[in-house]
Design a protein around this ligand. Structure first.
Ligand SMILES: [Zn+2]
Length: 109
């Protein structure tokens, strides 16, 4: 199992019934950054969108498979996510498809 397959396994374990299409590390802004979470492409309600699975603590990429612990799932813009290793901050911005999915869910109510 290579690293990317491992990330998919971690994401699927956390997301349960949600269909996960891909998972890749989401890094802090430092040059040789730390992974703050996993950027996942998910299929839900007939839409494909990107969500961020935030780690409890930042991890060095080589150790994601063994050390990463997912704390929460961000679907919309989440500001100033702080790296627990270097204190750099980064914002997760909702993508166009994420907006579409939320609008669709809101209109359907
Ligand atoms: Zn960092």
């Amino acid at each position: 199992m290579d690293n990317l397959d491992g990330l998919l396994v971690i994401a699927k374990k956390y997301l349960g019934d949600i269909d996960v299409l891909s998972a890749r590390p989401w890094m802090c802004q430092k040059k040789h950054g730390h992974a703050l979470g996993l950027l996942v492409e998910i299929a839900m309600d007939g839409c494909i969108s990107e969500n961020l699975l935030m780690f409890r603590n930042a991890v060095v990429t080589e150790f994601i498979n063994s050390e990463a612990r997912i704390m929460s799932r961000a679907e919309g813009t989440t500001h100033n996510i702080e790296c627990s290793m270097c204190e750099a901050e980064r914002t997760f911005w909702i993508g166009k498809n994420g907006v579409k999915r939320l609008v669709k869910a809101y209109v359907a109510e």
